[in-house]
Design a protein around this ligand. Structure first.
Ligand code: PLP
Length: 419
């Protein structure tokens, strides 16, 4: 790869080395299979194919039509959906298209608060969503000492649905460590005559692997990313009921996008196939088991966890319990220096800004793919605790970095090289 381009070759090798020798705990990242990478790097990148299978604006799409049909069929079958659109370039593009299909500018949408787990595309004022539509936000219940709080406040969702009369209700989050049950959202939407959009960007792989409830039978539209827990190429996809298929397809193209990335669509087809295998069910279950093990070990290190733990692939750490002066920003930088890659995150009711924050988000999808299990999660939590306690001591941080390197050496995601 990158034959003759020594400059880029060296960059790829540096990135492979980084991925193999440090802990990847960003909850939205994963390690794809070589088959996914091969499809992404295939000749399909050469083809223009505006339109949809058998309805293209360019010639020469016989093979591409079969590729995209295969991806659509596999996606529909995997989630039991009537229709799939596999062209969105990303999760944000998928949401953009879903809103375009369901809403007019200025319409009201009910979605989760951004500082309590929602995504930028759920109505942030700096995002197209918040600029084009009128978003009203629901949140989580207050924290409780027994860990039963900080769950989506369904009473508030129902109350806001009654008073605000949204056209669409969005479920889905980017930093919420608990299961999102689609059923109550469906019945609240029915009560007020709203559409129900489930943004399953994060748990798509857990859903495909049977570890989390499938929103497809309940939601009018499901958007998701293919690169998070689903472990495919970077991209998005949309599932919907048959009667919305034409509206969704029209919103993606010609509404928002130009030519689809058929090489990435081929890689999505690979990922949907992989996610339908029994081994992926075992993977999804292990991702959740690992997150539970990580949560328990972090609690033993003295960290309070938002909602008291996790049901999914991520934990949200409240750093104030560990050290009131330690911000998410500093913790992220300290851990990065020790080879532990994760991101700072606001926690519900965070007094600090999104750039500073009082929380850390840690996820298990990537390290589970690399083969780590419960004992390694305990070790990771202890390394996090040691690094943050000893953050002003160079020798402690050096010792943690050495242990991280040793641990990673036992679980290389790409043992025979990445490319
Ligand atoms: C990640 C995410 C997205 C956006 O996906 P991108 O591919 O980064 O555009 C949308 N919604 C939620 C809930 C997400 O977590």
């Amino acid at each position: 790869m990158a034959a003759g381009d020594l400059e880029l070759q060296q960059l790829l090798e540096r990135e492979l080395e980084r991925q193999q020798t440090t802990l990847q705990l960003i909850a939205s990242e994963n390690f794809t299979s070589r088959a996914v990478m091969a499809a992404t790097g295939s000749v399909l990148t050469n083809k223009y194919s505006e339109g949809y299978p058998h309805k293209r604006y360019y010639g020469g799409n016989r093979v591409v039509d079969d590729v995209e049909d295969l991806a659509r069929q596999r996606a529909s079958r995997l989630f039991g959906a009537d229709h799939a659109n596999v062209q969105p370039h990303s999760g944000a593009s998928a949401n953009d298209a879903a809103y375009m299909a369901l809403l007019e500018p200025g319409d009201t949408v009910l979605a989760m608060r951004l500082d309590q787990g929602g995504h930028l595309t759920h109505g942030s004022p700096v995002n197209f969503s918040g600029q084009r539509y009128r978003f009203v936000a629901y949140g989580v219940t207050p924290a409780r000492p027994d860990g039963s709080g900080e769950r989506i406040d369904l009473d508030q969702v129902a109350e806001l649905a009654r008073t605000e009369r949204p056209k669409v209700i969005v479920a889905g989050a980017t930093a919420y460590p608990r299961t999102i049950d689609p059923q109550p959202f469906r019945s609240i939407a029915d009560d007020v005559g709203a559409r129900f959009l489930c943004d399953a960007a994060h748990p798509a792989g857990l859903i495909a692997g049977g570890a989390h409830p499938n929103p497809a039978p309940f939601a009018d539209v499901v958007t998701f990313t293919t690169h998070k827990t689903l472990r495919g190429p970077r991209g998005g996809a949309i599932l919907c009921r048959a009667e919305l298929a034409a509206d969704i397809d029209r919103a993606v193209f010609p509404g928002l996008q130009g030519g689809p990335l058929e090489h990435v669509i081929a890689a999505k087809a690979v990922a949907f196939h992989e996610a339908a295998q029994p081994s992926f069910r075992a993977y999804a279950a292990q991702v959740v088991a690992n997150a539970r093990a990580l949560a328990q070990a972090l609690a033993e290190e003295g960290f309070r966890l938002v909602s008291g733990g996790t049901d999914n692939h991520l934990v949200l750490v409240d750093l104030r319990s560990f050290d009131p002066d330690l911000t998410g920003k500093v913790a992220q930088e300290v851990l990065d220096g020790a080879g532990i890659t994760c991101n700072r995150n606001q926690i519900p009711g965070d007094p600090r800004s999104p750039f500073v924050t009082s929380g850390l988000r840690l996820g298990t999808p990537a390290m589970t793919t690399a083969g780590m299990g419960g004992p390694e999660m305990t070790e990771v939590a202890q390394l996090v605790g040691r690094a943050l306690r000893g953050r002003s001591d160079e020798s402690t941080l050096g010792a943690v970095a050495d242990e991280v390197r040793n641990l990673c050496a036992k679980f290389p995601p790409y043992p025979a090289g990445g490319h």
